[in-house]
Design a protein around this ligand. Sequence first.
Ligand SMILES: N[C@@H](CCC(=O)N[C@@H](CS)C(=O)NCC(=O)O)C(=O)O
Length: 283
Amino acid sequence: MATVTENRPDEVWQYREGNGGQFASINRPFAGARFERDLPSGKHPFQLYSLATPNGVKVTIMFEELLALGHGEAEYDAWRIDIGAGDQFGSGFTAINPNGKIPALLDRSDPDRPIRLFESGSILLHLADKFGAFIPSGGSERAETLNWLFWQMGTGPFLGGGFGHFFAYAPERFDYALDRYAMEAKRQLDLLDKRLSEVPYLAGEDYSIADIAAWPWYGQLARGHSYEGADVFLDAKSYPHLLEWAERIAERPAVERGKIVNKSGVLDDRHTAEDIDRALAAG
Ligand SMILES: N[C@@H](CCC(=O)N[C@@H](CS)C(=O)NCC(=O)O)C(=O)O
């Protein structure tokens, strides 16, 4: 039972317009569709509705990795969902993801039995199992892949919703929250650094969906490609093994390709490999 302190909040929380800070225009204390809107649909087996955020690019990197391995059946249409404009609350989107967050995927490989998928970890696991790639088929290696995949799914919100929110988005500086989440973010970075001092990839010897899940959050933060100044604030250079892993993964062509899909103004929607080629050539 929590101790009652003078900081105790009101007995019943009230929603007030604007109390979502920077995200006030989209955050509400309820779930579900807010308006009727069908989703666009392309010709490929996979229809992805997403945005190039850390959770979104996990999936586009996975598709590009599968295609690079020669799995032509992993062709996909990726449609940009503008979460700032509230696209994720349209009825078509919430029919695929009732949680109203990107990424959401429709697997129509069997047209008679489409499968809806939400939660980036669930999507990665579905694709890995389906194609038998980026996950060992059994034994301790598979368990280790799942350990680190689920670790990321559990810890990511502390890095993004906790540290990132109070570092980059909060309307004022809250030292208590910043200290709490910077401490946890550094603990996570240190854990990854220690793990990567022992093995080249999170699950062991091989690159897996655990790396694909963790890199967009921890790799990009360490490389200075997430919240501006966060790499310096968290002293990312003190995690050399993590940094080396982050750079090694950044150099993978599929990562370079996947991370620009559904990026506003760079490549809104992706339907063919040439769409990415053109966007990369345009710089
Ligand atoms: N646990 C989810 C998190 C998804 C998530 O938080 N998506 C964010 C973008 S990275 C989103 O759609 N935010 C919009 C909103 O909350 O309305 C996953 O990994 O798929």
